[in-house]
Design a binder for this molecule. Structure first.
Ligand code: HPA
Length: 270
């Protein structure tokens, strides 16, 4: 694994004029932010050695290097999901490469179902913390001290400083934001009403099928994280209706300009 990470990082270092210290992983229907990136270099995943290839509909896979506002950034358009069949080492490989490139801050976005009864469809939720319910842990197996410690602390998996800053930005831009706990599950089924209820009882505000593996590995690697969920459907008793991937994408698309504003301003402030 160490050799692969180094090989991929070396390949990217040769391709990239500058190596940004901030990276962003764009989730379902949230790739639009990439269109705001200037001075772009785009690298399709299939041309990057050792990179898995994104397959799911609605995710085009490429790395985009450029500037968002005044800040150099490395964006991943399309991520690798566990439900696609990748193992956790594959899902989180890009984060390992980011760490090897010197990335210090990782921003992430996703679409999620809301369990908090105060949430509405189209809300943006700042992830304060997560509950990992994936059946495989990304750090399972031999630990490489070069990558991080055996038993990583997770007491501040999402940077409190970035959360405070993001709330301030949202307030200044009149963007309503919620804050809460994200439950990460493997999918690919959306939840049954009983499952939404269970996730609410254990302390979740929203549920989705990504983000948690990447955030775990980023924390292991000493990268600070910040993540936003767009609430695309509700798992709240009385409000549960059929969910489709298309609807999730539609809502995500509609809310994405607001998310982009928060991310852009946040990136310029880190
Ligand atoms: N559950 C899991 N993942 C999701 C959901 C959901 O309700 N909505 C968008 N992604």
């Amino acid at each position: 694994m160490l050799a692969k990470i180094k090989q991929t990082a070396d390949y990217l270092k040769n391709k990239l004029p500058v190596i940004p210290t901030t990276a962003i992983i764009l989730g379902t229907g949230l790739g639009e932010l990439a269109t705001e990136i200037t001075n772009k270099t785009e690298i399709p995943y299939e041309t990057i050695p050792n990179f898995p290839i994104s397959t799911v509909e609605g995710h085009s896979g490429k790395l985009i290097l450029g500037k968002l506002g005044k800040t150099p950034i490395l964006a991943m358009q399309g991520r690798f999901h566990f439900y696609e069949g990748y193992n956790m080492k594959e899902v989180t490989f890009p984060v390992r490469v980011m760490a090897a490139l010197g990335v210090k801050t990782l921003l992430l976005s996703n679409a999620a179902g809301g369990m908090n009864p105060n949430f509405e469809i189209g809300d943006i939720m700042i992830i304060r913390d997560h509950i990992n319910l994936f059946p495989e842990h990304p750090l399972r197996g031999k630990n490489f001290n070069e990558l991080g410690v055996r038993f990583p602390d997770m007491s501040e998996a999402y940077s409190k400083r970035l959360i405070t800053k993001a709330k301030q930005i949202a307030h200044e831009n009149n963007i309503k934001v919620q804050e809460g706990v994200y439950v990460g599950t493997q999918g690919p089924t959306f939840e049954t009403p009983a499952e939404y209820n269970y996730f609410r009882i254990i302390g979740g505000d929203a549920v989705g099928m990504s983000t948690v593996p990447e955030v775990i590995v980023a924390n292991h690697a000493g990268i600070q994280c910040f993540a936003l969920s767009i609430i695309t459907d509700l798992g709240v008793p009385g409000k549960i209706v059929e969910v489709t991937h298309e609807e999730v994408q539609q809502i995500a698309n509609k809310i994405q300009p607001l998310m982009t504003t928060i991310m852009r301003e946040l990136i310029n402030s880190v």
